[in-house]
Each structure stands twice: as structure tokens, then as C-alpha cells.
Ligand binder design. Sequence first.
Ligand SMILES: Cc1cc2nc3c(=O)[nH]c(=O)nc-3n(C[C@H](O)[C@H](O)[C@H](O)COP(=O)(O)OP(=O)(O)OC[C@H]3O[C@@H](n4cnc5c(N)ncnc54)[C@H](O)[C@@H]3O)c2cc1C
Ligand SMILES: Cc1cc2nc3c(=O)[nH]c(=O)nc-3n(C[C@H](O)[C@H](O)[C@H](O)COP(=O)(O)O)c2cc1C
Ligand code: SF4
Length: 652
Amino acid sequence: METYQKLFEPGKIGTLELKNRLIMSPMGTSSHDPEGFIREHTPPYYVERVEGGVGLIIAQSSNALREGQAPGRAGTWDDKFIPGLRQVADAVHAAGGKIAWQILNHGKLYSAWLDRITHPEDLKIIGPSAIPWVKTGVAPKEATEEDIRRIVEGFGEAARRVKEAGMDGVEIHGAHGYMITQWLSPRDNKRMDLYGGDAKRRARMACEIIAKVREKVGPNFPVTFRFSGSHLIQGGGTLEDSLLQAPLFVEAGADALHVSACEEETTHWQFLPYLMPDGAIVHLAAAIKKVVRVPVITVGKIWHPQLAEQILLEGKADFVAMGRQWLADPRWAQKVREGRFEEVQRCLYCNNCMNMEVRPPEVRKRGRTCTVNPAVLREREFRIMPAGTKKNVMVVGGGLAGMEAARVLAERGHEVSLYEGSDKLGGQWNIASAQPLKENYRYLVPYMERRLERAKVKVFLNKEVTLNFIKETKPNGVVVATGALPKYLDVPGGHRSPVVQANDVIMGKAKVGNPVVVIGGRLVGMEIADALAEEGRKVFLVTKNKLGENGALLERNIYRALRDRLIQHGVYLFPDSPVMEILENGVQIAYKREGVFLKANSVVLAVGAIPNDGLWRELKKEGMEVYAIGDCVEPRDAMEAIREGAEVGRTI
Ligand SMILES: Cc1cc2nc3c(=O)[nH]c(=O)nc-3n(C[C@H](O)[C@H](O)[C@H](O)COP(=O)(O)OP(=O)(O)OC[C@H]3O[C@@H](n4cnc5c(N)ncnc54)[C@H](O)[C@@H]3O)c2cc1C
Ligand SMILES: Cc1cc2nc3c(=O)[nH]c(=O)nc-3n(C[C@H](O)[C@H](O)[C@H](O)COP(=O)(O)O)c2cc1C
Ligand code: SF4
């Protein structure tokens, strides 16, 4: 059995004693009311992670000041929030855990919420200098001395409330492009006074905030400061800057430094998607650790205990924070400690948890969720409750949706038969996970298969279910999860050679020549274009919309990471370019309202999917008790498929 001794060694941050070196890093849950009050499903969410063995939770960011208050974020800007925070702290303590709370201000980024602000009377977008934010074009007002005093005091008061609520510590959010990052950044901070200029002067605002927080909470209350070790953007803050600034943060009163990365335009270095290496920003923490004497926390796509242990053993950091892995499997620490790492549900780094805008309103309203763990923020509601009446349920389709529904139904006591038309379970996920960079994706189906087995679901492969079969079998309930099939393009030449489907290329069933036109500019199109270019082909990527925007938005960080890869690999990009015709030797497109011919030997289609809903329609016509879930309702993604499976499993 692999033991990870260092991970489970006690540690200390300021006066706070921690049972191990494992931290849950702050993740906005988006589960609050618009004013910022904690809702009832937040405490059980944290308790679940405490029970799973985390050493310290650094909870989600909260608005430290009413000005710049983003809707959906928790509030710490008024004493009225203390009772809600106390409920969380009490629940965590009752479960034997430790929790700190994060405070922030948005600065210029607040201009993204102008259409949704809850206190227009307090509208203040303030930054170090009046440099417009490229996303909104809005320039913050340059902070006056009075603004600086008010903001610093606001952070101090927020920290006082966190302490009064019974939390074990407070974290000041100085990373990721929010207000404090803007003061640290040479791109945003062009001031000529004491708050601007070289790296040390740019750190003055951060230091004043840390010092004020320290003054308000006293010497024995742990204060951590989170910042971006590098902003990883042209002209932004660098690691060299951070090496000069880090000792100042400590001098100002920080008990530990929590080293992340990025600013607003480079958040793919914060929310490292599957496309980026594991532990990609650990080197920043390791460098900072050499210039300070307080504990350093590292973070960023660390999910394998071996990597986490190695970071500690090599002295690159004193604590390892994980974010998304705690969403995917709240029991990570417990399983690792007990030598059951193979039972961990790995985070896919799919970033669906970041893409809540595309979720149904009722899901969005409740807050964040996770592809592989739909119980996030539904911890109580999703406990397995025995079914009132035991039924004989047939699930048709062994993709993610069908597998999840079948397992939950069986765990609730139903007699469940799962029928899959092909020779293996997993459906489209087998294609999705065949891409070289999607290694963690490949663990999902085996993980779900093991759970099906444990739940004693009867699985039938190579069995295409028909209406007649269902009539003969006479189940008490039918769940249809028949998925989706790839779409073709309705243009002249759209269905014949040299056209091939991206799915077939990924699965090695179709050959691709050189040069190649890829049609479709969302996830699958961008991924296949990237893979084909990496193999040395000349690739044209054509999409009728903007890159990453066919209908629903592609998650921003995956988009950014893929966009950068396409640029690096020299893919020729043709956004806003509808395809007019596909010929034997290439593709005719309309580019900037002119016909352009792209000469190519192959054309790869990645233009979405159509629901495979024939059986569902037939069953509905027959008036049978039938539930449809996943892509056969509407092609979407794995998060929707599993969530709908989980919900239907609790409905019947
Ligand atoms: C290339 C590619 C990349 C993707 N990448 C991502 C990604 O990165 N992130 C993400 O979240 N999503 C991704 N997706 C989407 C995701 O894979 C799907 O949304 C999800 O897997 C759908 O699951 P499902 O169970 O609803 O349907 P499916 O996976 O389509 O499963 C349906 C199953 O039903 C079976 N079936 C159909 N009819 C019958 C019948 N009559 N009898 C018995 N069996 C039947 C089929 O054989 C199939 O196995 C990707 C998809 C593709 C194709
Ligand atoms: C859903 C979500 C919300 C996040 N919200 C915050 C936040 O409020 N404050 C913060 O400092 N970082 C936030 N982060 C960043 C995480 O703390 C962490 O740095 C990042 O996810 C990388 O760690 P991981 O690869 O282990 O997930 C968030 C991340 C996620 C996935
Ligand atoms: S949604 Fe995806 S990235 Fe987010 S926590 Fe779940 S598995 Fe990880």
C-alpha cells in the first residue's frame, strides 16, 4: 500500500494547528441569494469535505465591500452576514474541521456585472489607474486617497466579521485579476505616487490591506494572502516582481502565502483545464518559498497524491491546496489515507463547473455543480433514499446518462436492467475520452462500471432495444438514454467523400489527408484541428460563428487554452465563415462576404449532434411511463447527462 506520510503530517499556519497538509482552495459556490446571504445548502457542502478528511477549508471569496458587490457572491460587507457565516463555521467545527473565509473586491472587473448590480446607489468601479478593461471597455475611476482609505478599512471590517463569525482564519484575495492584482500589476497600475512605480511600490495597497486586516483581527488570528506568483500576461506582473513583493506581504502581517497565478485574461492558468499539465504553477510557489519564512501554499491541477507528496518532500510548498478535486470527490483524503486511491473519482478538469451560464435556470440558481459529482451543493437532497414501491425498471442506453440512472435506481432498491446496443458501456464518452490529452476522462467509465456492479444492475450489451422488446418485457418503468448521433452539414457535397466525421477520425475509423479543412469551431472542432495540426498537417478551421461560440458558449478557460494551442500550431482560422459547398478537392466558404476556396484533401465535420430520440417518441405515443435523459433529449455535455441520470434515478 502506498503511504503518503508527508501529506498527512500535521502543519501550522500562524496559530492554527492543522491535522494534515491538505487544503481545499477557495471556490465561489454561486449559491447565495443576490444580496450575498448564505443559503441552507452551503454548510452541508463544506461538512461533506471535512468528513472526507480535508485539513483546512479556505472557503469561497466574498465581497468585502458593498461597492463592487457581485451578485451571487457571498457577502462580508455588513454585520448582517455574520449569522450566516457563523452557521457555516459551526457546522464545520461540529464535524471536526477547520475553515477560513476569503474576502475580495473586484475593482475594474466589476464592470462585467453592470446589468445585474443589486445596489446601483453604491456603484463604484475603482482601480489604481483609469485603464479600460479590454472586455467591457469600461475604465475604473482612479482611486483617490480617500478611496484608498475606505477600501482598506472595508477589507479590515470584513475580516473582523469573519473572525466574529467564528471562522478559523481569513484569506485576502489578491490573485486572479481582482482589485488587489490590479494594484500589483504594471498593466493596470500606472500611478506616479507612493502606490505605483516599481514592484515594491505597487505592493503598497496590498500591504496596507494586510496590515489593516491584521490590526482588526489581532495577532493570533490566521491571515493568509493569496496572490498570483506571475500574471502570465505580456506586460503584467512577473515572478521577479513577486519575489520582491512576497517578503513585504509577510512583513505586513500575512501568516502564510497562497501562491496562484494569472490575471483576468489568463485565467486558464488558474482553472487549468485538461489541456494543461498537472502542477503547472507549482514552480511559482517553490520560488516564493525561497524568499519567505512563513508557510507557502501551492495549488493548480494537483490531484494525484504522488505529485502532492513529492511537492512537500521536495520543499516546494508547505501545504497543497486542491480545488476541483474536492468537488469531484469529497472523500479524496480519506480514500488516499486508507490506500484506496483507485477508488477516487478523479476530477476531469473538464471545467463544466465553470460553465454555469449554459445550465438550466433551476440548476444555476442552486449554485455550482460537478460533472462527475452532481451531489455538489445537494449533499442532503442526494442521499440515497429507498424507493417507496420497488419496480422493475429498464434503462435503454449505456452512456453516462443511462449508467448513472441505472446505478441510483438500483441503489434505491429497484430491480434494474441496463441495455446497451453496442459492445461496451460509455457511449459518446468513449470518443470524448480517446483524445490524447484527456487521460483523466478515461477513468470515468470504469469507475461507473464498478459502481453498477456493486449496485447489482443487470447489464446487457449488444442489445438494441425496440418498442416490441419493451412491450414483451413489460417493465414498470422505462428510462430512455439513447444519446445523440453526429450531425451532417446540409450543403451541396455535405454527405460524400472527402467528408468524414470527427468522431470517426478520433476513433481511428477514418483517415485524414493533408491539407485538411475542419468544419466546426466549438470544442470538438477546435480539439480535432489542434490534434491534426500537431501531427504536422496544414489545417483550416472554419466556423459559421465566432470561435468557441456555436450556440452555447465554450467554457472560457478551455477556449483560451485551445485558442492558444491553435495559434501555436499554425491553424488557419476562419470564423464567421459559413460553408457554401464541399467539393472533392476542397471547401467553398463565405469569408467576409466573399467566396474563398480552401483546397484540401480531407474535410472533417464537427458540427454538433442530433438527438437519437426515435424510441422515446414511439414510447410516448404508446402512453408508457417513460423518462428521457441526456443527449437524446438535446445534445449537450457530460454534466447534463450525469445530472439528469442522477435526478431521474431519484424520481422513480
Ligand atoms: C468527440 C466528443 C468530445 C466530447 N467532449 C466532451 C467534453 O470534453 N466534456 C463534456 O462534458 N462532454 C463532452 N462530449 C459530450 C458527451 O460525451 C455527451 O454529452 C455525453 O456522453 C452524452 O451521454 P448520453 O448518455 O446522454 O448519450 P450517449 O453517450 O450517446 O449514450 C447513448 C447510448 O445509448 C446506446 N443506444 C442508443 N440507442 C439504443 C437502443 N435502442 N438500445 C440500446 N442502446 C442504445 C448507444 O449505443 C449509446 O451507447 C463530447 C462528445 C464527443 C462526441
Ligand atoms: C468553481 C470555482 C470557483 C473558484 N472560485 C475562487 C474564488 O472564489 N477565489 C479564489 O481565490 N479562487 C477561486 N477558484 C480557484 C481555485 O481556488 C483554484 O485556485 C483553482 O481551481 C485551481 O486549483 P485546482 O486545479 O485544484 O482546481 C475557483 C475555482 C473553481 C473551480
Ligand atoms: S466539473 Fe469537471 S473540472 Fe469541475 S470539478 Fe467536476 S470534474 Fe472537475
